[in-house]
Design a protein around this ligand. Sequence first.
Ligand code: MLT
Length: 201
Amino acid sequence: MMKHIFQKGNDQSKPTLLLLHGTGGTEEDLLQLTDIIDPDANVLSVRGNVSENGMPRFFRRLAEGVFDEEDLVYRTKELNEFLAYAAQKYAFDRDNVLAIGYSNGANIAASLLFHYENSLKGAVLHHPMVPRRGIDLPDLTGKPVFIAAGTNDPICSAEESTDLQSRLEKANASVDIHWENNGHQLTISEVEAAAKWYRNI
Ligand code: MLT
């Protein structure tokens, strides 16, 4: 089970927006983004089950930017299973879930794409990293992915961002990358760029 908020939208043909917060965040953090992205969509906002000195996360890390791979794989499966449970409980279409994640939340969203062919319909990744190296990705043909990256992000370097883009593209995902110059911050302008992208997918 994962702590979460579900808000039923007015339009069930829209994707369910899966919100995934950054380190130290909660399921409340990203709720206001949905007004900008799609006010008519269902919203499922989840709190990470891992605690790092009291800070919620979606998987453990050994150090800044160094992930506990075994826990990453386990927590990715846990989130994927939670999505199936929530789809049944709240009667939304499991095959139409679009993730919106920031930082650690973007990393677990990317990990869903890296490990499960059909977990997400698409994803908006704000300041993501490559969740895991050395594995073959599933076929992600046509899946739309929006990456908001920073030219000067001290946590996710520009090289890491383009590395993620090319790994997803090699798996045939359709990736758009948007650059900002505000470090690791989640900015309103990148959310607006994501909203514009969303209207065209
Ligand atoms: C992570 O641990 O997922 C990344 O370093 C980003 C973050 O600090 O949340």
